[in-house]
Design a binder for this molecule. Structure first.
Ligand SMILES: C[S@@+](CC[C@H](N)C(=O)[O-])C[C@H]1O[C@@H](n2cnc3c(N)ncnc32)[C@H](O)[C@@H]1O
Length: 268
């Protein structure tokens, strides 16, 4: 399946800020908790974006692990490198990596391969997860996080009520538990599905609408079924805001729960 997906840095940053401000838990801390990376290990973060998990792994291992973050967005790699320059760590490396192409790493290099809300956009899952398996050492682990079908139900319900249209299938939530879990399970030696929840509580409508706009942006190419041009987009946002205001007036707040799956797989 070819997925025409792009992530503008400003939108990703905005959603990260909103999660930090209105969420009750932190997904990156869950990553670290599950993987518990150790000094001396080597770690690959696929689709690392601006590198936030890489910096956390570095902190957790007191700068004693070799960490590689790969992404195909030069804009996001630029942001990651800017932050890295400020830190001066010599053990984190950011580089171009397109997960639809062979990973430019030798076999058996990494103890951990991880990917947060990214690798499930791969066009050929079997190819991409075979690459992840190849670059892991025997005994290595893969941990992939992504949305479960129940994720952000309230967000999709508001959009459905505002548009009277079906929500376009999202590559993450529609494939995570089935196709993606099954592909990883067919390649790795042991696979388990973990889950994690994080309610985002919006006391006002405005930050929720900021989240909506950082998600529906035309540049991401995920929502274009719902609008064709700038005018359509403006009217769509207006209709969503109207419904969000009605829900807020009824409930006194807006609660959007992130329901995240984590696929943990082991290589013998
Ligand atoms: C939702 S962001 C998550 C970024 C980061 N892991 C985080 O949690 O902040 C998805 C990431 O996948 C990257 N991505 C999408 N397709 C890719 C591909 N074919 N190869 C490498 N990275 C890709 C995007 O550039 C973006 O950085």
């Amino acid at each position: 399946m070819q997925i025409n997906y792009r992530e503008p840095a400003a939108d990703l940053q905005k959603r990260i800020e909103i999660h930090e401000k209105y969420g009750t838990r932190n997904i990156d801390e869950w990553n670290v908790e599950v993987l518990n990376p150790q000094p001396g290990q080597s770690i690959l973060d696929v689709g690392c974006g601006a590198g936030k998990q890489c910096f956390l792994f570095d902190k957790h291992t007191q700068g004693q692990a070799q960490i590689f973050g790969g992404d195909f967005s030069e804009e996001l790699l630029g942001k990651a490198n800017e932050r890295l320059a400020g830190l001066g760590s010599k053990n984190i490396h950011f580089q171009f990596l397109d997960f639809n192409k062979p990973f430019e790493f030798q076999d058996g290099k990494f103890d951990i391969a991880t990917s947060s809300f990214a690798i499930y956009y791969a066009s050929d899952l079997k190819f991409t997860f075979s690459e992840a398996y190849r670059v892991l050492k025997p005994g290595g682990r893969l941990f992939v996080t992504g949305p479960l079908p129940e994720n952000k139900k309230m967000f999709y319900d508001i959009i459905k009520e505002a548009t009277n249209k079906a929500i376009p299938p999202m590559p993450g939530s529609s494939r995570f538990k089935g196709e993606i879990f099954n592909t990883i399970d067919s390649i790795f030696d042991k696979t388990e599905l973990l889950s994690w929840e994080n309610p985002l509580i919006f006391p006002e409508v405005e930050p929720f609408m900021e989240y909506v706009q950082a998600s529906l942006n035309e540049d991401r190419k995920l929502w274009t079924d719902l609008f064709n041009n700038a005018e359509d987009y403006k009217s769509l946002i207006g209709s969503i805001e109207k419904v969000a205001k009605a829900w807020h007036a009824r409930d006194g707040k807006l609660v959007m729960t992130k329901v995240v799956g984590g696929i943990l797989a082991h290589k013998k």
